[in-house]
Each structure stands twice: as structure tokens, then as C-alpha cells.
Design a protein around this ligand. Structure first.
Ligand SMILES: *[C@@H]1O[C@H](CO)[C@@H](O)[C@H](O)[C@H]1NC(C)=O
Ligand SMILES: *[C@@H]1O[C@H](CO)[C@@H](O)[C@H](O)[C@H]1NC(C)=O
Length: 506
């Protein structure tokens, strides 16, 4: 099969649910904005990505009309209650589910949508924010298919997720950048093109969130996410840390960040594609030799993007994705998020229920989203971020490590697109004071229920974890292990998990 440009879409994690906002928050009819695509070459991959998830958003971007009657207060949040089957689990009876909009201050008319789920365990649990990738995919994908409090049954009933991350944290799922999910704007200028724009919006939101929820401000705070969030997360963590140091308003108790199957250092990660594909027998040795020849021009292009930005970054996106496309041309119908699987027709996954669910009248009423359509994965947001794709976001991480911010890089072993090998390589290549000791650290088993669920390596604040029997979306494939990972890591006990639960050698 010819090279199909199928790869571009890394991110997916998602979820949504909600409930009502202030009665005044009525959103009148929509106004279609015409966004000029940054690059027409990005359109095909974005659409391919969205189809691969069986998502068919009505709009390419969420461009709702600004409603002048919405009060100027920056956060409008309502508690909601959805009927959920089964029991939420023991412990705390009083926990709340909230959905809200935040009017972004550094925008003309953008509103950011989020879900906030209080912990099922204790309000003293850390506050965690989850970011799905894409770029342009809604975090509601993760909410409903990965680590949210409930999952969707085939008949669109909600069922409690025994391994929702709300069992160990007070968790936020945010739709961003603007135009994604239920987040929207009426002004094209609000569409973001880089991590500066993205991280400033997230930081503004976070400060306002803690202002509105002062009871959580002293809790530990962690940033988490997946896929293209390998760009968002380090940029956001750097922004928060800078803001804390410069005393820009409320102090955010940032303790660490975790990236699952992320794209963080493209120069190293793109070089790892042929290696991973050969190791997993997606390609033969002779394919490997010919594909490897494409790598030097990709590396050069990424370096030019690093120095020149702009068009050089669009070029590198195109040049480097040749490497991926060649591999997919040989691998055929394989699901690049989980190489154990095939993509049936165009669909690698079927996440269509989330769109159906979020467009139910009862759900929309509960969430108070008015006429705003839900855009599961926005092709316009994806295209707008093309120049950001090949930029290296590892660069900000060493300074955070030196200041004791914990970093967890984890990866499901069967994902091709953001594979564990490329992630392991950049983590090892990163220059910081603990680099040597991290490199020399022993690989130890990550044990869940007495069985090896992964392999991990750790030194000081840095941990790398390869998760077994999982693809791109670790919490979907290994829900129990992913919850234990989060919990142990936040408690500083991940590296010693093999001591806690002795493994019987096999
Ligand atoms: C929907 O599916 C769930 C799980 O399969 C089941 O428990 C529930 O009874 C179903 N609800 C209806 C209305 O059919
Ligand atoms: C395969 O995996 C091994 C061990 O993880 C690694 O050292 C090697 O570079 C990989 N690539 C190839 C082409 O063997």
C-alpha cells in the first residue's frame, strides 16, 4: 500500500461529560469561521487520524458565537449528576462532578471547557490535570475510554470505572487548544499555533481554577497526558514553574508531570521508527536499510526547524513523516497505535459513541453547553499546530529535574507512533546532573497483583516505565496497572514497587 499519510495524529485521549452552567450561559447559534489552513498537506493526515478513531465531527473547529450575555466572571461552573450504573466504590460519599467554561483572558473570545471530578477517595488527594493529544483531540476521549470515572456502555449508559484516576486524585480533563472538544471561540485569532499560546492559556486557567477552589490549592499538583501532550506537558510545566518563581499570582504546588506515549523530542524519536519497526518485524532487514536512508535528511530538517522555525518546521514535518509513511506502506493495515491489531477499513478504534453521547439533548442540557457542538478531534486545530510538531520540548525538562520536579515517562510497548524505544532514547540522552546514574540504574519489574506489568528504571526524580500488553492508550489497555502507576508514582513509591510485591521468577 502506498504511503498513506496516516500517521499524523498522535493524540487521543479524551473524555467528556457534563452538566449545567449558570442559567445565563446560553450559547446562541453558531457562526462558521473560516480558518485558513497553515498547510494543505496537513489536512489529509488530520482527517485520516480522525477517521481512524471513527470520529466524524460536524465542524473542523469549534467556532461558536460569542454570547454577549455570558457574565464576565471568568469561570462558570456547575455541579452535575449523571445516572451511572453500579456502585462508585467504597469510601467518601460526597464527591462532586463539575463542568465549566473559563473565558481565556489572553484571547478575544475564547472559552475553555473542562470537567472536574472530585476524588472518590479523599479531597486531600493530589489535583491532576489530564491533556489528550492530537493536536486537536478532546480530553473527553480519555475521560470515557481511558481513565475517567466512568465508561460508556454500548447502549450509552455510563458505568463506573473501577480504575478511574479519580480514585487517587481530584482530576481535571481540559479541552484545549481552543477549538477542541467543547472549547470554542468566535475569533480566528484565538487559534493557537505553538506551545507559548497553549501553555499560557493553560496556566491562566489553572490559576483561576485554584482561585475558585481554594480548598485544593495546597494539594500536590501533577500534570499528565498522552501523545501530542508530550509537547504540551513539558511546556506547561515550565510555564507553571516560571510563574511560581516569579510569584505571578497564586502558587501552584507543582510536584511532577507524567507523559504517556508522548512526542517530546522528534529528532530522536523519528530516528527510532525504523529500529522499532525492525525489532517488531513490521519491516524486514532490507526495508530497514532503505528506510534508514531517509533518516539523515529528516534529522537535518528538524535541526533547521529548531534554528529557523516557521516554514522550516513545515518542511521537516513533511520530510520526516516520509519515514513513518514508508513503514506504514510496508506494514499495511496495522494499527499504528497498537501493532498487535489491524485497522478495520479506516477504523483503528471506534470511539464514535462519545460524539453520540455528548450530542444527546439530555447530556447537553445537563452540561449547559447550549448550541455548542462537540468537536472530538479538530482538523483545523491540528493544522494550526503544524509548525509546532517538530520542535523539541525536552529542552525545558532538565531545569525542572534539578529543582526536584518529578518526571515520569511511560509508554505502552505495542504503540508504533510514539513508541517506547524512541521515548527511552531521548530520556537516556537528556543531559542533567543525574544522567549517568539514571543510565546505570537497574531495570526493575513494575509489579501489579504479583505479576510483571512493565519494566522501569529510575534515578532521583526521573522514571521511565515500559508498560506491557499496552498500546498508545495505556489506561485503556491496562486500567489497573495505570491507576497503580499513578498512585505509586505520586506517593514516590513507584521505583520500589518490586520490593513491595515480590515477583516469582518465571
Ligand atoms: C445498558 O448496558 C448496561 C451494561 O451492559 C446494562 O447494565 C444496562 O442494563 C443497559 N441499560 C439499558 C437501558 O438497556
Ligand atoms: C532493537 O532492540 C534493541 C534492544 O532494545 C536495541 O538495542 C536495538 O537498537 C533495536 N533495534 C534494532 C534494529 O535491533
Amino acid at each position: 500500500m502506498a504511503s498513506t499519510f496516516c500517521q499524523k495524529l498522535l493524540l487521543l485521549s479524551l473524555f467528556l461529560l457534563f452538566s449545567a452552567f449558570s442559567a445565563k450561559a446560553v450559547f446562541p447559534r453558531k457562526n462558521q469561521l473560516h480558518f485558513s489552513p497553515t498547510s494543505s498537506l496537513a489536512k489529509i493526515p488530520a482527517e485520516k487520524l480522525i477517521r481512524g478513531l471513527n470520529l466524524f465531527p460536524k465542524d473542523v473547529v469549534n467556532a461558536g458565537t460569542d454570547d454577549l450575555t455570558v457574565e464576565t466572571s471568568k469561570i462558570v461552573e456547575k455541579q452535575f449528576r449523571f445516572p451511572v450504573l453500579g456502585a462508585p466504590g467504597p469510601s467518601v460519599k460526597e464527591f462532586g462532578h463539575h463542568a465549566g467554561y473559563y473565558k481565556l483572558p489572553h484571547s478575544k473570545a475564547a472559552r475553555m471547557f473542562y470537567f472536574f471530578f472530585e476524588s472518590r477517595n479523599s479531597k486531600k488527594d493530589p489535583v491532576v490535570i489530564w491533556l489528550t493529544g492530537g493536536p486537536g483531540c478532546s480530553s473527553e476521549l480519555a475521560l470515557f475510554y481511558e481513565n475517567g470515572p466512568f465508561h460508556l456502555a454500548k447502549n450509552l449508559s455510563l458505568i463506573w470505572n473501577d480504575y478511574g484516576w479519580d480514585k487517587a486524585s481530584n482530576i481535571l480533563f481540559v479541552d484545549q487548544p481552543t477549538g477542541t472538544g467543547f472549547s470554542y471561540t468566535s475569533d480566528e485569532n484565538d487559534i493557537r499555533h505553538d506551545e507559548n499560546g497553549v501553555s499560557n492559556d493553560l496556566y491562566d486557567f489553572l490559576k483561576e481554577f485554584f482561585k475558585q477552589h481554594p480548598q485544593y490549592v495546597k494539594n500536590d499538583f501533577y500534570i499528565t497526558g498522552e501523545s501530542y501532550a508530550g509537547h504540551y506537558i513539558p511546556a506547561f510545566a515550565v510555564r507553571v514553574h516560571q510563574g511560581n518563581k516569579a510569584k505571578e499570582g497564586i502558587h501552584v504546588n507543582l510536584k511532577g508531570f507524567a507523559i504517556g506515549n508522548g512526542l517530546t523530542n522528534p529528532e530522536i524519536q523519528y530516528q527510532a521508527y525504523p529500529d522499532y519497526a525492525l525489532n517488531t518485524s513490521l519491516i524486514t532487514q532490507s526495508d530497514y536499510v532503505s528506510i534508514k536512508k531517509l533518516v539523515p535528511s529528516c534529522v537535518q530538517a528538524i535541526k533547521r526547524c529548531g534554528t529557523n522555525s516557521g516554514d522550516a518546521c513545515v518542511d521537516s514535518y513533511q520530510i520526516c513523516n516520509n519515514v513513518f509513511n514508508q513503514i506504514m506502506g510496508i506494514a499495511g493495515n496495522v494499527n499504528y497505535y497498537d501493532i498487535r491489531k489491524q485497522c478495520e477499513v479506516d477504523l483503528c478504534y471506534d470511539f464514535s459513541d462519545v460524539e453520540t453521547f455528548l450530542n444527546l439533548k439530555s447530556v447537553r442540557d445537563a452540561l449547559g453547553v447550549g448550541d455548542i457542538d462537540f468537536v472530538s478531534c479538530s482538523s483545523a486545530v491540528y493544522e494550526a499546530m503544524i509548525m509546532d510538531w517538530m520542535r523539541n520540548f525536552e529542552v525545558g525538562i532538565p531545569a525542572l529535574l534539578e529543582d526536584g520536579i518529578k518526571v515520569l515517562i511511560y509508554a505502552g510497548e505495542y504503540d508504533l507512533i510514539c513508541n517506547w524505544l524512541g521515548n527511552s532514547k531521548w530520556v537516556h540522552a537528556m543531559t542533567w546532573s543525574g544522567q549517568k546514574k539514571f543510565g546505570a540504574a537497574h531495570i526493575v519489574p513494575f509489579v501489579v497483583d504479583g505479576a510483571v506489568a512493565g519494566k522501569l528504571k529510575s534515578h532521583g526524580p526521573l522514571t521511565f516505565l515500559k508498560v506491557h500488553d499496552a498500546g498508545h492508550m495505556v489506561p485503556m489497555d491496562q486500567p489497573k496497572a495505570s491507576l497503580q502507576m499513578l498512585q505509586n508514582w505520586m506517593q514516590g513509591k513507584l521505583a520500589s514497587s518490586e520490593i513491595a510485591e515480590r515477583v516469582t521468577p518465571k
